[in-house]
Design a protein around this ligand. Structure first.
Ligand code: GRG
Ligand code: 1GP
Ligand code: MG
Length: 252
């Protein structure tokens, strides 16, 4: 029996197949009003982003989450993928969810408990579940702290690979290497390269501290399939041009 890929996962795979890599824009509902989030998503879509992720480590729940997704859905047909910090990060008006386990967490809450409490809601809300291994690398930021992660040292790519390979053998079709939102520097390119080499057709997502087309292109050259940017988009004065710089640097 296979757990089949849905529309959103296929959309991401198509983007990678067509252009060599894809881009995801992360919107944290806690950082702006739902209307502002809608404007950001519209600009990101003009800049050529491939999907919108919605989530945040703290406070991305309830009406704020729901209204943020609703405003984004009004202005773009791009898939909206939830990036939940817990079961409270699920809502019924999104398209899909990164159904992730934080493989290097010390806490059963982030390994399996939120997933167990969330699974019946994913079914009821008819969200597409994307099975993903979430791995946090130094410095890890807020998400490393909140997720009680035993951070992977930047100089130990083989440890990141061991967790990523474990995720693949558990059936996860996506691996997210995370340096933490606003990290001083992104996940090391060598770590991405070794992970991609070992994992083959698993989609490798890389995020945290990516602020320029050049940084994104270096990670894609190393083997990243999808690049996530959040903070740099929030800070940008011209979201459409900034995303366009990113997407044009990573596509072939
Ligand atoms: C699948 C379900 C229902 C839950 C998964 C629960 C897990 C494994 C969570 C992992 C740990 C965690 C706290 C993740 C948060 C991920 C996230 C939304 C990070 C991005 O947040 P940003 O807004 O960029 O960063 P700040 O929070 O620092 O602003
Ligand atoms: O905010 P930035 O640094 O872009 O990080 C995005 C994402 O990887 C955080 O979960
Ligand atoms: Mg945030």
């Amino acid at each position: 029996m296979t757990f089949e890929m849905g529309r959103v996962e296929l959309h991401l795979r198509d983007a990678v197949k067509k252009h060599g890599a894809g881009h995801l824009t992360l919107i944290d509902p806690d950082s702006q009003t739902p209307q502002e989030a809608g404007r950001m998503a519209q600009a990101a879509s003009q800049g050529g982003t491939d999907a919108i992720m919605v989530g945040g480590s703290v406070g991305a729940t309830g009406a704020l989450l729901h209204n943020t997704v609703a405003e984004i859905k009004k202005v773009t047909d791009l898939p909206v993928i939830l990036f939940p910090a817990s079961v409270a990060g699920l809502c019924e008006n999104a398209d899909a969810v990164f159904f992730m386990s934080l493989l290097n967490s010390r806490s059963p809450n982030y390994l399996i408990e939120n997933q167990a409490m969330g699974a019946p809601l994913v079914l009821r809300y008819r969200l597409e579940a994307l099975p993903m291994a979430y791995i946090i690398i130094e410095p890890g930021g807020t998400v490393g702290y909140v997720g009680d992660a035993r951070l992977i040292p930047r100089k130990k790519p083989e440890l990141a690979c061991a967790y990523a390979l474990a995720g693949k053998y558990l059936g996860m079709r996506l691996v997210y290497l995370e340096a933490g939102s606003g990290a001083d520097s992104p996940v090391p390119a060598g770590m991405v390269a070794l992970t991609k080499k070992l994992l083959g057709d698993v989609l490798i997502i890389v995020g945290g501290g990516i602020r320029s087309g050049r940084a994104a292109a270096e990670l894609v050259a190393a083997g990243a399939d999808l690049i996530v940017t959040g903070t740099a988009v929030e800070k940008s004065q011209d979201v459409a041009s900034f995303i366009s710089e990113l997407t044009s640097s990573i596509r072939r």
